[in-house]
Design a binder for this molecule. Structure first.
Ligand code: FMN
Length: 348
């Protein structure tokens, strides 16, 4: 084989890994499934960019949740590249003059891809946001130290709300936030734009198959977003299964383990960190125990409530995500994504 052939083969292998890594990255969670990212590819380099047209103007004026979502995609990209056999040399916010350029990731030397990366990579397509109750108590206590380590590895911190009064307060603040947002036309309109009507062919947003028609109350009760808007939309079979658990006297629908992801500061770099930490934790939880998270970020979108949570429950660190974790009750919920081609561009 000539040198040119070797070079061509190496370039083809690089292109194949980049493609597969982006195909994995688009399966990251994003607020309202906005998928606010694009990927620029040049040879063995992938740039991750925020797509500001997809930012939630009412809920997320500063782009905090947009960057958390992009951070989750970046983490997935890095994990995929390593699982596919190359180092992922990452430079976060490499150019102060281009704030939407969130990261440059370069495929580095070959690596055997350690077992943990392979397991996290295998969980990328399996992981789903859950909306509703969990079976029993939530996550096994032995898993929590491992999840804390995953979060800390990305420069963020995980806080578990253990005390009953803390759990009640976080649930109450979520209820207040949800109430306020439902009454505010800007918020309600924005949520409606990202919750397509049943049968829609859109490949973004939160579709009917992604939330239950009737979510069971948990104790304490964390309300979900109002994706159905009083139309009775939602996956019906989930409600049926929960009903069955009640009728047969099975395990009571549980709230799960209540968690906050925090960061030391509140800058774009912290938001990207939080997103990477979130995705690493979710993939670890999905791969180890088949656990899923229900996200409740309504209160963190209202500055006064976020300040309160920061001061009272986060030791002054900035809360970035509030979620519940457990074994989902009901069948797996479905989600959609735009194809990789819609978000990749070749750069020259
Ligand atoms: C920053 C952020 C905030 C989110 N907030 C909520 C929320 O408040 N309620 C909710 O049901 N889902 C929330 N989600 C989950 C997304 O709606 C979900 O990731 C998206 O619909 C894609 O679905 P999937 O995660 O099942 O693939 C949030 C996700 C992110 C990244």
């Amino acid at each position: 084989m000539g040198t040119a052939d070797v070079g061509r083969e190496a370039a083809e292998e690089t292109a194949r890994i980049v493609r597969k890594a982006v195909e994995a990255a688009v399966w990251a969670p994003s607020v309202h499934n906005t998928q606010p990212w694009t990927f620029g590819v040049r040879g063995s380099r992938v740039s991750v960019r925020a797509d500001d047209d997809r930012r939630l103007g009412a809920a997320d004026p500063r782009g905090r949740e947009m960057l958390i979502s992009c951070g989750a995609a970046l983490c997935t990209l890095r994990i995929a590249i390593r699982a596919l056999g190359r180092e992922a040399e990452t430079d976060v916010l490499p150019d102060p003059d281009r704030p939407h350029l969130l990261a440059d990731v370069r495929l580095g030397t070959r690596t055997p891809g350690d077992e943990q990366d392979l397991r996290l990579y295998a969980a990328v397509h399996r992981r789903r946001a859950h909306r509703g109750a969990f079976r029993g108590a939530g996550a096994p206590p032995s898993l929590l130290p491992a999840l804390k380590r995953e979060v800390e590895q990305e420069g963020a911190q995980l806080i578990q709300a253990v005390e009953t009064h803390t759990q009640e307060a976080l649930a109450g603040l979520t209820r207040v936030a949800e109430h306020v947002q439902r009454l505010d036309p800007a918020h309600a309109g924005e949520a409606a734009r990202w919750a397509p009507v049943p049968g829609s062919g859109r490949r973004d947003g939160v579709h009917e198959s992604a939330y239950p028609a009737g979510s069971p109350r948990t104790e304490p009760d964390f309300p979900g977003r109002d994706f159905a808007r009083g139309h009775g939309w939602g996956a019906q079979d989930i409600a049926d299964e929960v009903q069955e658990v009640h009728e047969t006297g099975g395990t009571r629908p549980g709230t799960g383990v209540i968690l906050l992801i925090t960061t030391p500061g509140d800058t774009p770099r912290d938001w990207i960190r939080a997103g990477q930490a979130l995705q690493r934790m979710l993939l670890r939880a999905a791969s180890d125990e088949g656990l899923a998270a229900a996200f409740h970020t309504q209160a963190l979108e209202i500055p006064e409530l976020r300040d309160f949570i920061r001061a009272r429950f986060c030791n002054g660190r900035y809360p970035q995500m509030l979620l519940r974790l457990g074994v989902p009750l009901g069948p797996e919920l479905d989600s959609v994504r735009r194809p990789a081609d819609a978000v990749i561009s070749e750069e020259f």
